[in-house]
Design a protein around this ligand. Sequence first.
Ligand code: BDP
Length: 719
Amino acid sequence: MKKINSNPINVWALCLFFLFHFPANADKGYKLWLQYAPIADAVQREAYLEFFNQISVVGNSATHEVIRKELRLAFSGFFPNNAVPEIGDLESGNIWIGRSDVLPASVKESLGSRLSHLAGDGYMLSVYEGRVIISSKTDVGLLYGTFALLKAVQKREPLATLEILDNPRIATRMLNHWDNLNRTVERGYAGFSIWNWHRLPKHIDQQYIDYARANASIGINATSITNVNANALVLTPVYLEKAAALADAFRPYGIRIFLTARFNAPMQVGGLETADPLDPAVREWWKEKANEIYSFIPDFGGFLVKADSEGQPGPHNYGRTQADGANALAEALAPHGGLVMWRAFVYSEDTPTDRTKQAFDEFKPLDGKFNDNVIVQVKNGPLDFQPREPFHPLFGAMPETPLMMEFQITKEYLGQDTHWVNLASMWEETLQADTFAKGKGSTVSRVLDGTLHGYKHTAIAGVANIGTDRNWTGHPMAQADWYSFGRLAWNPEADIREIAEDWLKMTFTNDPSFVDPVVDVMIKSHAILVDYMTPLGLHHIMARSHHWGPGPWVTGGRRDDWTATYYHRASEDGIGFDRTEAGSNALEQYAPEVRDQWRNPDTISLDYLLWFHRVAWDKPLATGNTLWEEMALRYQRGVEGARWMKQTWLAQEGRIDEDRFEHVRSFLAIQVDEAEWWRDACLLYFQQFAQQPLPSGVEAPKYDLEYYQQFRRFFVPGI
Ligand code: BDP
């Protein structure tokens, strides 16, 4: 064993190292994209100081106070050697922040009609007589505008020419936490839940405030804090008091709280004999419950509900429809202005049809039957957050019922915490997909922002990827997914390359020799992951239960629709799920123009081939390869892509802090290993049916199939 060196000089050196090096670097992970790094260039610093030395924030709400706080924090980060100036509320600031109804007349006049374009919590940044004016109709809009200003400084953009008018396109932009009251997080890979229920309501952890700051900085304005697999206890006074404390902490940041409602709560915590949504006593119970909740949380957002799915109780238990169920809760919330977000992720092993068809079959006939404070929350694809899915056929199919999107930010099926994959690319694919509901250009993003069908409510949710890990998200690069979600929620048509660039600059450095290659990695990472996990439209071929790693052999057990063989159906004749007329006809759920794109196995994009078609192994594809060759080459291409990501990252050494550089480096080593594992395991398994050798260029697997099938890991997180 090595002797511990007790030389005092070394001990001091070590202490100094930890004091000045380690904590600062470790903090960088915690600070997310709000680093406010010192402005090193003297000329630039002086130029910014001109503005920052005189700031006015006009108004006295709690939100105004958090704006002042944020500006002070940013100031001390940008200008560490300057004393933070007093923030005035006079009319003299070189940065002037105030609502549009208190703007001085001269400024109002000069901004003219532009002011009238402000909507909702939108904001504008404008330069008038050398002063930056930040204005909005609402206090929260001012906070958003302040973050936009700080972003510009973080990106070292000149303030003198700043002109921004930015309105949110979707009204409710929310995180869904799948957090349990015991602090485990379902499908969470970044530690435990950040909600410390035991210490609430008295202790408000600084992390709650930093959570709210981070969310407000990207426009997130709602959060559902408990798991959709719900525990009814959260609706009892003991927990409501705790939830209220969180709501109080978040309110100045414009964030409203939602709770998940267990459908049989009237029985579980209300002592009723039934939870039948048409039973008057049950309806009365929900009304009283809503009144009680609003007495704790006056601006409570509403309920998020998972019903009749994966063992959760729901209206089916009483022979009622999803609309009956949702409306009972909606009726109770309506007098308070609350919303019900009713999930469309409803399917059952007892329903004999293709699982991907079930939500449409159930919800489409109910279009127009929901109360007008119900929004139906639909996952991006018809199955379940796979690395790639076609868009959910409900989008475009329910003109009379507001639909909202549910994306999964946590990476249940995409390598969990250790794989770097920029989810914005995947989301963009869905958001830009054309439903053809009202002819060409009827994109999913237009369904969501309400412009396609004139929805009364618009909303979008992302299943959170954060936990108690020091850097919030486990993988340092997974912070980008939280960030990108917020940006796309604000504007689903935003440019994802620009989002990635902004995030990198704010989180790491403006150095283009770092930003340019790393943006490239981010943008390509999703295609790479799909290649090494589920190329050609393969889906649900991951290991059972924890969903980590490959499991194309998973078969049998309690539910067929939870196996891999149900979905890939590989045999010597071929592979793939026939969802055309000759098969399950899931294709029929899409508009005719979409069907035409996907109906023909010769012309469908290869990305969706095996999702919709069953294909012979030796079928020649447009690429000139047979199906088997193409599959093998794509798996190989994915592995090479992961290696390229790693090489590109290694070249970044020295351009950012060592702590985060090392963290990403070690995770990329895992990612490359696991990409090879996916390739080898899947190709060996499918080769049994294809009965052909690997094409040239595809590396030989490291082990035999049995090795991969026997491979077990215990206590994989997130279950
Ligand atoms: C699946 C997850 C499961 C969730 C479910 C849901 O495996 O943990 O409860 O989705 O969205 O992806 O309700």
